[in-house]
Design a protein around this ligand. Structure first.
Ligand SMILES: Nc1nc2c(c(=O)[nH]1)N[C@H]1C(S)=C(S)[C@@H](COP(=O)(O)OP(=O)(O)OC[C@H]3O[C@@H](n4cnc5c(N)ncnc54)[C@H](O)[C@@H]3O)O[C@H]1N2
Ligand code: MOO
Length: 634
């Protein structure tokens, strides 16, 4: 009976029921080839180390009795029968029970003057001081590292019983997949084709886990072919991973083929992403169906494949530690959310999170992006697994964050404000100054509000007040009295204009054109400076927003808006030149606006802010942004 829609915990129970408690496979490996291997048994030392009493210092072996009451002022004097020179590590003959360091002595006419009294055993490593014969020096499951190799060599072990690591194979599937070859390039790929990138990710994960892994042949969406490749794979490998084809698409055959060739154990795990994950067995070998999206493949590798590998190797795994090991967590912290989050009920949800410290308190927030997004994963500091019971996570609710990257808590600043690609260029300049900058594009007004709530180190705004054509003053004043302590820095002027299809097919040149009826716009979110600008331009011309087609369609960034124009979902967006250039679109300048950084006075001494302020006047930064086009320095 296939179990469907089960929790991760239930999936683990099924894994253990099928592959737990089997005797691990063991092989004897020469010591010189054992690095990274896992011990299959406890190892007891056959000898004592050291096997003779050894001096720990350069000095003189003496009897401790003979040094009694010696001081710097009243040394004892020993004749040649009462001492013997020993180097560090040398044998100390049985008539001596201690060693005096050479610097606590002087030698005159073969007489040794000792200026210190030493207790029995001083500076002496007795037999078995490090390792006693028969003592267990390493345990089942320990990884052989360079120190253990030296230890084993020293006690005379030349071969080690190691757990036999399972060999895994990944079979990418899908008609749309372009198999991995160095000469394959995504440039010019026809629509629908996808670079096979999951195998290189899994290769990296397995390498970090130190488990052998190969990429099998790419299989098209053809169940007969998949059956053939799978049959060969289960003969040669201990674990088979099948890429994609795990959900409900017309060309999703993985579950079907496993069912026909063996037994399907479970399908659909109550986890997002990774929900279509499935597990089966063919000829007693485990076969895992990995949902195709990169993030889905990754979380299924962590939560199903890695535990399975541990079972195959050791017969068991610790449920409390398994994910941390799989993810290679650096640090685990319970952190309050900086923004609220809705998680699906009854499903564990993997979040990609970023973190920051604001006034001595650490916070986390989820980054948006679907399971297809590799960029969101790249951008994250770590992950959080929201349990199925929890669905509404209000701001401030603590979540458990597994950090995978090093975070410069003291030097990291959080920018919340207007979206601008030039600000994104600042990150590397700030990092080169030893600090760090994290950007959340929440619009100009959203940024100022975040600043007022103490949820950002700095913000940026370009908010026009049509009443007096001033920028930012009115809006900043609305956050009084707290905004009295905000410093403003004019970063640059930038052009705003119409982003239109190449060649401007709809001949859009003025604001009036937006109300023409045959023109569809894409707007920005309320609170974005660009939206405020659009509203003010419309008002100036006496145009009702209701008469502008697409006014309600919102995007969060200039690039998103530009994408919509590129896809033909809109004819025009108001935005900056860079966004038009990035997608090969035309740009018609409409106005120029000041773009100001806003920084609370108290943050000016934050090392991250100091690095940022230094960076904005860096000529290399200015040159770089000028080259992007559409920016002017005052
Ligand atoms: N009607 C439903 N549709 C989908 C469901 C569902 O429950 N009902 N689940 C969705 C979820 S969640 C996921 S995840 C995907 C998983 O689908 P499959 O495992 O069947 O994978 P495909 O549809 O074949 O591919 C998904 C996506 O991933 C790309 N892909 C596949 N292999 C690779 C690879 N090796 N490297 C890079 N990218 C890869 C593929 O091209 C697709 O874009 O199904 C949802 N649908
Ligand atoms: O659950 Mo799917 O694996 O989100 O993308």
């Amino acid at each position: 009976m296939v179990r469907e829609h089960i929790s991760l915990k239930e999936a683990w129970e099924l894994l253990k029921a099928h592959w737990g408690n089997r005797d691990p496979l063991v092989k004897n490996v020469p010591l010189s080839e054992s690095l990274g291997g896992l011990l299959a048994e406890d190892i007891a030392s056959p000898v004592n180390v050291p096997h003779y009493p050894a001096s720990a210092v350069d000095g003189y072996a003496v009897s401790s009795n003979s040094t009694a009451r010696a001081t710097a002022a009243t040394p004892v004097v020993l004749n040649t029968e009462k001492y013997q020179w020993v180097n560090t590590g040398a044998f100390v003959p049985p008539q001596y029970d201690s060693v005096v360091m050479v610097e606590d002595t002087s030698l005159k006419n073969d007489n040794l003057y000792v200026y210190i009294s030493v207790p029995p055993g001083a500076n002496l490593r007795p037999i078995g001081e490090d390792i006693v014969k028969g003592q267990i020096v390493a345990h089942f499951g320990d990884e052989v590292d360079p120190n253990l190799m030296a230890l084993f060599y020293a006690v005379g072990l030349r071969e080690l019983p190691l757990l036999s690591k399972p060999k895994a194979i990944f079979i990418p599937t899908g008609d749309e997949i372009v198999p991995r070859k160095p000469e394959e390039s995504p440039a010019g790929l026809p629509p629908g084709k996808v670079m096979e990138s999951n195998s290189i990710m899994l290769e990296g994960m397995f390498e970090q886990w130190k488990i052998p892994f190969v990429v099998g042949p790419h299989v098209k969406d053809d169940p007969e072919k998949l059956k053939e490749v799978l049959a060969d794979a289960v003969d040669k490998y201990d674990l088979v991973l099948i890429g994609a084809g795990s959900a409900k698409g017309k060309r999703d055959f993985t579950a079907n083929v496993i069912e026909r060739e063996g037994q399907l154990i479970f399908h659909w795990v109550l986890m997002r992403p990774g929900r279509p994950a499935l597990l089966g067995t063919v000829k007693d070998k485990p076969v895992v169906g990995m949902p195709g999206f990169p993030m889905s493949t990754m979380v299924v590798a962590w939560s199903v494949v890695y535990p399975l590998l541990q079972l195959l190797m050791k017969g068991n795994f610790d449920e409390n530690k398994i994910l941390d090991e799989a993810i290679r967590v650096r640090d685990k912290l319970s952190l309050p959310l900086l923004i609220s989050h809705s998680s699906p009920q009854g499903i564990s949800e993997w979040l990609r999170v970023k973190v920051v410290r604001l006034r001595d308190k650490k916070y986390a927030w989820p980054i948006s992006g679907g399971s297809s997004s590799m960029r969101a994963t790249a951008d994250s500091d770590g992950f959080a697994l929201i349990p199925p019971k929890i669905y509404e996570c209000p701001k401030g609710k603590e979540i458990e964050v597994r950090l995978t990257k090093e975070v410069l808590w003291e030097k990291r600043v959080l920018f919340q404000g207007s979206d601008d690609p030039a600000v994104a260029q600042l990150v590397s300049f700030v990092r080169k100054r030893g600090a760090d900058l994290v950007i959340r594009s929440v619009g100009s007004l959203g940024g100022l509000a975040a600043l007022a709530r103490g949820e950002a180190h700095l913000s940026a705004a370009h908010l026009l007040d049509p009443k007096d054509m001033s920028y930012n003053d009115t809006y900043i004043a609305s956050f009084k009295p707290i905004s009295d302590k905000w410093k403003r820095f004019l970063l640059f002027y930038r052009q705003q204009g119409f982003i239109v299809k190449r060649g401007n097919p709809k001949k859009i040149s003025s604001i009036q054109d937006l109300a023409r009826g045959d023109v569809r716009i894409v707007n920005r979110q309320p609170g974005a400076g660009t939206r405020v600008l659009l509203d003010s331009l419309l008002r100036e011309e006496g145009i009702e927003s209701a008469s502008v087609k697409g006014y309600e369609d919102q995007t969060m960034t200039h690039l998103d808006a530009s994408c919509r124009v590129a896809w033909g979902m809109a004819d025009v967006a108001l935005g900056i030149k860079f966004a038009a250039d990035a997608l090969g679109l035309d740009f018609i300048p409409i106005t120029e606006e000041p773009y100001e950084l806003v920084i609370p006075e108290e943050e000016l001494t934050h090392p991250g802010i100091e690095a940022l302020i230094d960076s904005v006047s860096d000529s290399k930064f200015i040159e770089k942004v000028k080259r992007m086009g559409g920016y002017r320095w005052p």
